[in-house]
Write a protein that binds this ligand. Structure first.
Ligand code: HEM
Length: 127
């Protein structure tokens, strides 16, 4: 069922589903596996997932739960390409559409697209 309202609980569920897809994906998965391993139950993954849940909660509710450095880790992942970001966004969008009604899904998508295009610009990825 698609949620009509954003809650901390449904953000958590959404994030877990998104990364379960990410880890299996041929294009994006290897970057995560290289950094965090292939077991989502591991401590390293659980730490990452908690950070990501906090990140989205902060963005959507505007509270200061996320205090990380967003861009820096992405400079240390090897060769990220436009295709890598496009695939990340595709999986993100698909998972959102399963989780939320379109009006809500759009809020997350717009944020993610903006951040992804900033990342690409900062990483020097051009068309
Ligand atoms: C090409 C697409 C992407 C890949 C392969 C990727 C991969 C990763 C990896 C492997 C980490 C863990 C780094 C570490 O623990 O050292 C990470 C952290 C993170 N990513 Fe991404 N990412 C991508 C795009 C994005 C986008 C578009 C967003 C936001 C909309 C995002 C948000 C984050 C956040 C919030 C963290 C946690 C940073 C921290 O430790 O504070 N990522 N990413």
């Amino acid at each position: 069922m698609q949620a009509e309202k954003i809650s901390r609980d449904n953000i958590r569920t959404f994030v877990m589903k998104f990364y379960a897809k990410i880890i299996k994906d041929e294009t994006v998965g290897p970057f995560f596996i290289a950094k965090l391993g292939d077991d989502m139950q591991s401590e390293r993954w659980q730490t990452h997932l908690e950070i990501i849940v906090g990140f989205w909660i902060s963005l959507v509710f505007g509270n200061p739960k996320y205090r990380g450095r967003l861009f820096l880790p992405h400079t240390k992942l090897g060769q990220l390409k436009r295709e890598t970001f496009e695939q990340w966004l595709k999986l993100f969008g698909e998972t959102l559409d399963e989780a939320y009604i379109p009006e809500v899904s759009k809020i997350f998508k717009e944020r993610a697209e903006l951040i992804a295009s900033n990342f690409m610009r900062n990483l020097g990825i051009t068309l």
